[in-house]
Design a protein around this ligand. Structure first.
Ligand SMILES: Cc1cc2nc3c(=O)[nH]c(=O)nc-3n(C[C@H](O)[C@H](O)[C@H](O)COP(=O)(O)OP(=O)(O)OC[C@H]3O[C@@H](n4cnc5c(N)ncnc54)[C@H](O)[C@@H]3O)c2cc1C
Length: 327
């Protein structure tokens, strides 16, 4: 690992100020929360920041608050705290399950929601120092000619990574928003607008600008009568990212869908919202035929690579299963 200086900060303002200062001095600085993902990249010398701004020393950034409008979760809240919170378990349908299925118990104890959403891709070419791939300033996405078993089938090109977080697709299914602090103050935006497709910028995964950090996730209460479903398919049962995951939140009356949210993980460089399938479902009786059709619509336009055609059928049947379980 390349040597670096660790700076424990006491406030969001101090963290933002330091990031801005180092950026102005053309020095590389990065924030760290649990460190479970970033330190791996540093050991591989894929990330080589000169300064680590340690957010864990900021008091009051780890909380789960239930309010009239919904839940507010501080960026430093660990995945274990989300998994074990009683109100989250009771009211946020499958969010506790999604947190409990991410990574391993040790990683969930240290890993935070802010870090989970901002984690970098788990593509083997990206994470290996032996490959200077497109995302690291090279000229090629090695998945195009190499091993593409776990890469994108939707929204890829010129880079074909898949978004790695279990939490982000689940949160988007709930209509979550993300609060960001930066040199210009604070802003809150829909979480689905936080992520960036490679056609927009293939070197970054989100919209964070230098000096900006995530401070909070806001989740509205699910509408009355909503049901949810979360399922993650992975290669191994222990600490593994999703090959395909599906999160659905369906509001139905007498089996007829009034509102639907269908979000896939593991298939695209961003959490993939199946908006056309959602529109198709609105006003429909959710039976086997409609659920199957929704799966077909969601995967219409999928472009599997050499080794990952299996993800198309898998995603379709997961959507079908999720919808039938949500009415
Ligand atoms: C072996 C392994 C298996 C895993 N499996 C899964 C899995 O199945 N599902 C899953 O969802 N995740 C998985 N993960 C990821 C794991 O959940 C994350 O490591 C963890 O949630 C990241 O949180 P952290 O606080 O440790 O982040 P850190 O390692 O501290 O940071 C991760 C990244 O986010 C940035 N960052 C951190 N906090 C903030 C903030 N507040 N604002 C802006 N940027 C920030 C850092 O600069 C860094 O780029 C796995 C990780 C490992 C190492």
């Amino acid at each position: 690992m390349k040597s670096f200086e660790n700076i424990n900060v006491r406030s969001v303002k101090e963290a933002v100020g330091l990031l801005q200062k180092f950026n102005g001095e053309k020095k590389t600085a990065q924030v760290v929360s649990g460190g479970t993902e970033l330190l791996q990249l540093m050991k591989e010398r894929v990330a080589t920041p000169q300064y680590l701004i340690n957010l864990k020393t900021i008091p009051g950034l780890s909380y789960i608050k239930e309010e009239r409008s919904g839940f507010r979760i501080g960026a430093l809240t660990t995945l274990t705290e989300i998994e074990e919170n009683k109100s989250v378990q009771e009211k946020l349908l499958f969010l506790s399950q999604a947190a409990g299925e991410a990574a391993s118990p040790q990683l969930r104890n240290a890993g935070t929601i802010g870090g989970n959403i901002c984690q970098r891709p788990f593509c083997w070419y990206f994470r290996s120092a032996s490959f200077t791939c497109l995302r690291k300033g090279g000229e090629l996405c090695y998945a195009v000619t190499g091993d593409s078993r776990f890469h994108a089938i939707l929204g890829g090109g010129p880079s074909y990574i898949v978004h790695p977080s279990d939490m982000a697709p689940a949160l988007i299914a709930f209509g979550a928003r993300i609060k960001i602090a930066g040199p210009a103050g604070e802003k809150t935006i829909p979480l689905e607008k936080f992520f960036v497709l490679p056609q927009v910028d293939y070197k970054r995964e989100n919209i964070l600008q230098p000096g900006e950090i995530v401070t909070e996730i806001q989740i509205p209460h699910p509408r009355t009568g909503s049901k949810g479903f979360y399922h993650k398919v992975r290669e191994r049962q222990a600490w593994d990212h999703p090959i395909v995951s599906v999160s659905t939140v369906l509001q139905a009356k007498d089996g007829t869908c009034q509102e639907a949210r269908v979000v896939l993980g593991g298939v695209a460089p961003v959490p993939w919202r199946a908006a056309k399938a959602e529109a198709f479902l609105r006003g429909k009786k959710v039976d086997e035929a409609a659920a199957r059709q929704a799966g077909e619509i969601a995967l219409d336009g999928a472009r599997p690579m050499k080794d990952n055609g299996y993800k198309v059928g898998l995603a379709k049947s997961l959507i079908q299963r999720a919808l039938l379980a949500s009415v």
